[in-house]
Design a binder for this molecule. Sequence first.
Ligand code: ZN
Length: 337
Amino acid sequence: MSIEFDTQWPTQAQRQRGLLEWVKAQPRPCWLTWPGRDPSRHRVVVTLLHGNEPSGLKALWTLMASPPQCAVTSHFCIAHLEAARLDGGFVHRHAPGRPDLNRCFGRAGLGWEYGLAHAIAERIRSLQPEAVVDLHNTSGSGPSFAVSMADTPAHRALASRFTERMLRTQVRLGALMELTTPQTPIVTIECGGAMDPASDEVARAGLLRFLADDPLLDEPRGAWPLEVLHRPVRVQLAPGCRIDYGVGPVDGCDLVLPPDIEQCNFGWLDGGTELGWLGPDGLGALRLSDGLGELAVEQWFVERQGRLCLRQPGKLFMITSNPSIALSDCLFYMVKA
Ligand SMILES: [Zn+2]
């Protein structure tokens, strides 16, 4: 399956009509390029792998009015316009009933999404860029962070252009960042919640640094220190279990989390902190994995009088209060102190 990219920047007339109109009229994924001072080197920005995560595209749209001085040839892949334009715009992570595009990298599968992931990966491979960032938003509200498969100076340098914390994960799901190599470091940037205006600014300010800084892969001095969190554990609901959000136990539900659980994002929580309410199966409603294998739930959580509690101090992040994401993806990630 061959995927074609549009390579035309939006015209001034299109820019005046606005981002949403452009997104709705865009028939194909886009691969746009700005020249840089050193044309022999390349950097790549990927965004909109998820159709409801617009901060990267919004930031790029803002920069189009007066393009910055790029250090090297700079490429922008605007990926899942097909999902982004459905139902009023920026509503769907992926088209209903279709694969999640950021679970298709490095994997074989049937469907257009696998073809697009392959085409993006091939373009990156052929350009041999010195760095790739993939800009996302979290589904819940919360601060920005980077996600990386590797903790090297280059990955930390990329992360710190955008944010002050980086998760090093071993969980392999088929995401673009898993294609990172020593020659082409790739990090995911979660700019913060899709609805938070601060997230658009995280993307814009980070993009300006990513495009202009040269050298790029040296850790900036004098900037804020980067906090690196290792081996986050993915917390999912067990198959067939039901979740709800509320302020007490709910009949027929295996887990109830408070609707404001997102406020726990990245805050240190003490051992014993109550997170929610369990059903008759207790801790059996949860599944934990660190990307290498399944972990014993009891090492991380305890049940006290029907409540789900942390066994040890830790941090939670990428918490969702959207039940469909909680069921299809995960509840949250966590690290121990
Ligand atoms: Zn995403």
